[in-house]
Design a protein around this ligand. Structure first.
Ligand SMILES: *Cc1c(COP(=O)(O)O)cnc(C)c1O
Length: 225
């Protein structure tokens, strides 16, 4: 399978899942997650029409983003989707247009201090503690939103989650539903404009769309040829 075919198949499945759940396909944005993929492959995906690309490590992106940008005509929107250490905030600001994985008030403060224009960020919510994922507890995200929402230099545009590994599909669905309900509560209580819901990866994006995802982050189904 080529990246072009992968992208085509993913787009079709996104549209099917949207229509199945009474939504418009263009309400769901696709971020292709290219961690571990060569710049050539990422460029091929962009040339095939991918408009938003995610990376999970600043270190990997430092070399890859300039290599991709030098060969594609239209620059994609770059998303950071992995844990950001405070000491890499400056480097991240130089590379990424959106930071989806703000997982502490501390890192939000670091970005706020360094950003020279309002940086779109999402707050990562963590439904099960695992050693390799960070994020706000569901009960703490409202407080974090209030504190981070008041900072200059960053603009909270949504919530993001990674479903815990190894769940049955129905349990994954409950995680996504819980994030949507939390988003709805926060929006309503604070009178906020609509917040994005970034949820769903290769194994669970159709469920995420059925539960209201507005952004899906897909790696293997596009890049694992
Ligand atoms: C790797 C990664 C993805 C994409 O995962 P796939 O299962 O390859 O689709 C999405 N989000 C985050 C945060 C990731 O690290």
């Amino acid at each position: 399978m080529s990246v072009e075919q992968g992208l085509h198949t993913v787009r079709e499945r996104i549209a099917d899942a949207a229509i199945r759940s009474g939504r418009e396909p263009d309400q769901i944005r696709l971020v292709g997650v290219s961690k571990g993929s060569d710049p050539e492959l990422v460029s091929a995906a962009i040339i095939a029409g991918l408009r938003e690309v995610g990376e999970n490590r600043v270190q990997e992106a430092v070399a890859k983003i300039p290599a991709v940008v030098s060969v594609v005509k239209e620059k994609p929107t770059w998303h950071l989707v992995g844990h950001l250490q405070t000491n890499k905030a400056r480097a991240a600001l130089g590379l990424f247009d959106v930071i989806q994985s703000v997982d502490s008030v501390r890192v939000a403060h670091a970005l706020s201090r360094l950003a020279d224009h309002p940086l779109p960020i999402l707050l990562e919510v963590q439904f099960a503690r695992t050693p390799d994922r960070f994020g706000f507890d569901p009960g703490a995200v409202g407080g974090a939103l209030d504190e981070i929402g008041a900072l200059p230099g960053v603009r909270v545009i949504g919530l993001m989650t990674v479903a815990p590994l190894g769940l049955e599909p129905e349990s994954t669905r409950m995680v996504f539903r819980a994030l949507r309900e939390e988003r709805d509560r926060l929006q309503e209580a604070r009178g906020l404009p609509s917040l994005e819901l970034s949820m769903g990866m290769t194994d669970d994006y159709e469920i995420a769309i059925e539960e209201g995802a507005t952004v899906v982050r897909i790696g293997r189904a596009i890049f694992a040829a």
